[in-house]
Design a protein around this ligand. Sequence first.
Ligand SMILES: CC(C)(COP(=O)(O)OP(=O)(O)OC[C@H]1O[C@@H](n2cnc3c(N)ncnc32)[C@H](O)[C@@H]1OP(=O)(O)O)[C@@H](O)C(=O)NCCC(=O)NCCS
Length: 170
Amino acid sequence: MTVPFVLDTARLHLRRIDDGHLDDLVALDSDPAVMRFINGGSPTPRSLYEDTLLERMKAFGDQPFGYAAAYEEHRFVGWFHLRPSVADASVLELGYRLRRDAWGRGLATEGSRALVDYAFGELDRTCVDACTMPENAASIGVMKKCGMHYAGTFVHPRAGFEVVRYLVER
Ligand SMILES: CC(C)(COP(=O)(O)OP(=O)(O)OC[C@H]1O[C@@H](n2cnc3c(N)ncnc32)[C@H](O)[C@@H]1OP(=O)(O)O)[C@@H](O)C(=O)NCCC(=O)NCCS
């Protein structure tokens, strides 16, 4: 059974990603600016979503966290995740990817703060972390606005490059 994962903020509605989000995810990743600090700017092939990525994003359906599509007034603007951290699987890791036309209005901060509050409240977690390329100033800005502080640098096991880790404790 799939566990609900739904959050509402002042401007955003978040709900668990499912098969119906394939087109939105492919379109989001087709913008080189969105992918700049993920893989250097390459669009993600649709076949990669069909073969592995969508299943990975749906993988936490039996948990009260995972990947959530974000809507602003019924329009898909991107996604957020709360998932076991690559740095420490006992901690939940925050992540986000928004369409370029949604940037610069505080939406990532708004969704992220709601997810951190949810992790500390409903999920009774004591720590949330996040990681990104050191050059990704926008992402680090969101982390800091969630109260996170720098907690080290490590080589991301899947990406294979160095990332900075930030975390916030309850
Ligand atoms: C990272 C991302 C989600 C930020 O979304 P956003 O909604 O524009 O972020 P916010 O508006 O909440 O900004 C938060 C803070 O980050 C900082 N910031 C935002 N964009 C910035 C930029 N381009 N350069 C430097 N700082 C920036 C600001 O300090 C801002 O705080 P302020 O409002 O007080 O100025 C968005 O840029 C994105 O989706 N990028 C592509 C995907 C990505 O890189 N994801 C993260 C991978 S780890």
